[in-house]
Ligand binder design. Structure first.
Ligand code: C2E
Ligand code: MG
Ligand code: MG
Length: 613
């Protein structure tokens, strides 16, 4: 029995030993399998001690970090991370060791041996290893650099202007929001916002093409960026509009100085499309002292100030203050008034004679619009025409002028048949020329009044023409087809338009009055006028000088061969009655050919100020 018992114990011991051996073999196999999986895994893996030191790293991890497995072993894993990310890892490790969490995942930046930044997703968990004497952690490390880059690019696209690589409007608004919040927390943290707009971008775009326009934007963007501080934020809001956010502002004077500096550098010529282009910027500035709540409010006021700067002339800057709000509301009420004025007869036309200079023969009138406002008195067309253009009122306004001027000319011709050669000039806006229906309307008007088309001349300013070249060219061709005259107003103030001239179906050029005013017999001042007159002659276009005020100017113009002219020396803009009287006198004069014509004397009689009503 004892023998049997011993044999059974031996058998049991042997079975146990065999089982143990089997277990060890199984363990060994499992460990080998693990080891093999660990070593050959495609993702980076490391066994890490609880103090963060790497115990063992696999090939994928050493490849990812560009370091031998031997270089990794024994080093704290944090050593292979970028600065603040090591701290993030430590925090999470501490939580695992306190058993607050079982595992965690983090996105971190590792440092490759060559210094490159590698974004990884790291998963960490406890590793239970029967063979291990103390608990350890296992890290799984994924390279997510490509995904991060793509995200970064998307982020960049979402927040940057692709042309200039400056921040875009969304980004600017975000920074502005931060500046507003920072100031709410600490009222001493003032900031300023500048709104920049280039004074002749549209002309560059339209005359040199969009490629040149883009080149221009890229170059001015670079210039602006080079002249602000690194802490200033420059954004392109769209078109040729840029904004700058200046934080850490000690005084308003600082922002004004920056605006002046920018204007100076932006005035320097740029090489665009093989040409030298000179531009200037108008800048509106507003300050956090105003007490803004939203980014929209800030931009609105900077924009208002920019318009104020533009109204002062080119290359100016203006600071926002409350009175600009008032002006904006005032403009709104003026707009309402203008709508009404069209119906109530507050608008009137005056007529300025245009003479053939050598003979002093009256050839035409220019119809000029006046607004006799019941409370504000006489308002200049320079004030309300732009308003009408912005508010869409220009179309009914131009139609009214066209009807009035043509009807008046028709009436005069009927009254004074001898004066039936006298024509009418009317100013049209670029919006009229861009409208498909404009030529049609002119044609109907002429037919209705049985007016010879050649008696009507439409004036368009050089700048307006350049703004809407494509649309205007079509309308011009239609008008020319009708036989209506076309004239370029304020000629010489626009942008290098000479090359277009020969291709446009125009009859005359009007030399801008600013050039005429500079004619003091001084040879140098005459050059532009002489050039325009010569150009007109060579292209077979009439030349009309505007704003002749002195005898000296008149004589010089005649000397230079200028054919036609107008101005207060010859006659001021006349009321309907005054103009009618002038025609009556001239008709009588031509009826009695033996009386010496005395147009100068006539002009004297008409040189008093014009009173309307
Ligand atoms: P513009 O077509 O160049 O008109 C000539 C301007 O010079 C007129 O100013 C006229 O009164 C002024 N002027 C005439 N003689 C002299 C002079 O000897 N010296 C000086 N310094 N100026 C003189 P106004 O009437 O204030 O018109 C200003 C501008 O408003 C016009 O410039 C024209 O572009 C626009 N405008 C006037 N009437 C109309 C209109 O019916 N429709 C449109 N779309 N624009 C108009
Ligand atoms: Mg004109
Ligand atoms: Mg003019």
């Amino acid at each position: 029995a004892a023998e049997r018992e011993r044999a059974a114990r031996v058998e049991a011991a042997e079975r146990e030993a065999a089982q143990a051996a089997q277990h060890v073999r199984a363990l060994e196999r499992s460990e080998r399998r693990f080891h093999s999986a660990f070593t050959h895994a495609a993702i980076g893996m490391a066994l890490v001690a609880t103090d963060g030191r790497v115990l063992q790293a696999n090939r994928a991890l050493s490849a990812l970090l560009g370091r031998d497995a031997s270089a990794l072993a024994g080093q704290p894993f944090g050593d292979f991370l970028f600065g603040e990310d090591a701290g993030l890892l430590d925090e999470q490790l501490a939580r695992v060791l306190r058993r607050e969490v079982e595992a965690f995942s983090l996105e971190l930046r590792c440092r490759h041996l060559n210094g490159r930044e590698i974004w990884v997703s790291l998963h960490c968990a406890f590793f239970d290893d029967a063979a291990a004497t103390e608990p350890c952690l296992i890290f799984q490390v994924h390279d997510i650099t490509a995904r991060r880059r793509a995200e970064g690019r998307l982020q960049h696209i979402a927040y940057h202007d692709s042309l200039t690589n400056l921040a875009n409007r969304s980004r600017f608004n975000e920074c502005l929001l931060q500046a507003l919040e920072a100031q709410r927390e600490d009222p001493a943290r003032h900031f300023a916002v500048m709104y920049l707009d280039f004074d002749r971008f549209k002309l560059i775009n339209d005359s040199l093409g969009h490629g040149a326009g883009d080149e221009f934007l890229v170059k001015v963007a670079r210039r602006i960026q080079e002249h602000v501080r690194p802490s200033d934020m420059v954004a392109r809001l769209g078109g040729d509009e840029f904004a700058i956010l200046t934080t850490h502002l000690t005084s308003t004077q600082h922002a004004v100085a920056l605006a002046e500096r920018l204007q100076e550098v932006l005035r320097k010529p740029l090489a665009i499309a093989g040409r030298e282009i000179t531009t200037s910027a108008s800048i509106g500035i507003t300050f956090s002292e105003i007490g803004y709540r939203t980014p929209e409010e800030v931009l609105r006021d900077a924009d208002l100030a920019m318009y104020e700067a533009k109204a002062k002339g080119k290359a100016q800057h203006a600071l926002f203050d409350g009175s600009l709000h008032r002006q904006a509301t005032e403009q709104l009420s003026l707009e309402g008034d203008l709508r009404r004025a069209l119906e109530t007869g507050e608008l009137v036309l005056v007529y300025q004679p245009i003479y053939q200079l050598a003979t002093r023969r009256l050839v035409s009138f220019e119809a000029l619009l006046r607004w006799n406002h019941p409370e504000r008195g006489l308002i200049d067309p320079a004030v309300f025409i732009p308003l009408a253009e912005e508010s869409g009122l220009i179309e009914p306004l131009s139609r009214w002028v066209l009807e009035r001027a043509c009807a008046q000319l028709h009436a005069w011709h009927t009254q004074h048949p001898r004066m039936a050669h006298v024509g009418m000039h009317m100013n049209a806006s670029s919006k009229d020329f861009a409208s498909m229906r404009f030529a049609q309307r002119v044609s109907e008007m002429l037919e209705r009044l049985e007016l010879r088309p050649s008696l009507l001349t439409l004036e368009i300013t050089e700048n307006a023409l350049m703004e809407r070249m494509d649309a205007a060219a079509a309308t011009m061709a239609q008008l020319r087809e009708l036989g209506v005259g076309l004239s370029i107003d304020d000629f010489g103030t626009g942008y290098s338009s000479l090359s277009y001239l020969s291709t446009l179906p125009i009859n005359s050029l009007k030399i801008d009055r600013s050039f005429v005013h500079r004619l003091h017999g001084n040879a140098e001042n005459s050059e532009i006028v002489r050039a325009v007159i010569d150009l007109g002659a060579s292209l077979g276009k009439q030349v009309i000088a505007e704003g002749i005020e002195t005898d000296a100017q008149l004589q010089r113009l005649v000397q230079l061969g200028c054919g036609h002219g107008q101005g207060i020396l010859l006659a001021e803009p006349l009321t309907t009655n005054q103009a009618g009287a002038l025609l009556a006198a001239l008709a009588a004069e031509s009826a009695t050919p033996f009386v010496e014509a005395a147009p100068a004397a006539l002009a004297v009689g008409l040189r008093q100020p014009v009173h309307i009503h």
